[in-house]
Design a protein around this ligand. Structure first.
Ligand code: SF4
Ligand code: SF4
Length: 283
């Protein structure tokens, strides 16, 4: 079973929900936690442990200027503007390249070959006896988040229970994270911004055909607008976490709510049971 945890906007407490769900479930069985927020992974703050780190690379074209006839075909082929052919040299802009390999095929003179270029890393650790933590990290300034997410998720293939922590928003990295998941938990807060961005996130999950439920975080009890939206869209509010100074203090110290206040484990176990029901179409 694969669960994605996402949010329309940043700062809703998505990572806190993810970390506490993984911690709680790992007390009873094997859990794999994948940090797919590769531009700003932070689950390792809750689960510090030594990690095995491997590089993620993409093949990029290398042009041999001695063989190149400057015919311009590779530049014409590249739809991403990554190659500009001048009369005496070829300019290559690696940050625009999508590693499609097309220019190599288009070259009539075999002047292009590919070499791997590092775009980020994946780190694998075991912070708890039954918790495997995979963390993707994109290199600073690199625009290719999706292949790093893909590489991180690949390391969880075949694992019995996988929880993927998505980047906030609704862009390509979120779609890549949600792809292949059995259900999605969207974490929101009861503010106008929270509701606005929740609408967008629900739209993405619906278009991907992924059963979705809602967690309201930092609730001040005035959740009527979110509740009305959920009723209108047949979305279950699976858990409500109150706005509470004690909870905020636990988080600000980098601690886990379910560890410091074990009664919360019941709530997160309940959240998991609701996810299971969602996956079975019982909701
Ligand atoms: S590999 Fe594809 S995207 Fe990259 S330069 Fe060649 S044609 Fe363009
Ligand atoms: S297609 Fe090949 S020969 Fe033509 S400009 Fe590109 S690298 Fe040079």
């Amino acid at each position: 079973m694969k669960i994605a945890i996402a949010s329309g906007k940043g700062g809703t407490g998505k990572t806190m929900v993810t970390a506490n769900l993984a911690f709680t479930l790992s007390r009873d069985g094997q859990v794999t936690l994948v940090d797919c927020d590769v531009e700003e992974p932070n689950l390792h703050l809750f689960f510090p442990a030594p990690a095995v780190i491997t590089e993620v690379t993409l093949p990029v074209p290398i042009i041999d200027e001695n063989t190149c006839q400057h015919c311009g075909l590779c530049g014409e082929f590249c739809q991403y503007g990554a190659i500009t052919v001048l009369p005496t040299r070829v300019l290559f802009f690696s940050e625009l390249c999508h590693s499609c390999g097309g220019c190599m095929l288009a070259c009539p003179n075999d002047a292009i070959h590919e070499e791997p270029k590092r775009i980020g890393t994946v780190a694998v650790s075991t912070p708890l006896p039954r918790l495997k933590h995979i963390s993707g990290m994109l290199d600073t300034g690199n625009p290719h988040a999706v292949p790093v997410i893909r590489a991180a998720k690949k390391l969880a293939v075949g694992d019995p229970l996988v929880i993927c922590d998505s980047a906030p928003g609704t862009s390509c990295p979120v779609v890549e994270t949600l792809d292949g998941c059995d259900c999605c938990i969207l974490v929101t807060e009861s503010t106008p911004f929270g509701l606005h961005d929740l609408r967008l996130a629900v739209d993405v999950a619906c278009r991907l055909g992924i059963p979705t439920g809602i967690v309201i975080n930092r609730s001040d009890g005035k959740d009527e607008a979110i509740l009305e939206f959920c009723r209108d869209h047949n979305l279950e509010v699976m858990l409500t976490i109150p706005f509470d100074r004690g909870i905020a203090a636990i988080q600000s110290r980098g601690n886990l709510l379910c560890e410091i206040q074990p009664t919360w484990q019941n709530e997160f176990n309940g959240l998991f049971m609701k996810c299971k029901a969602l996956c079975k179409g019982e909701r």
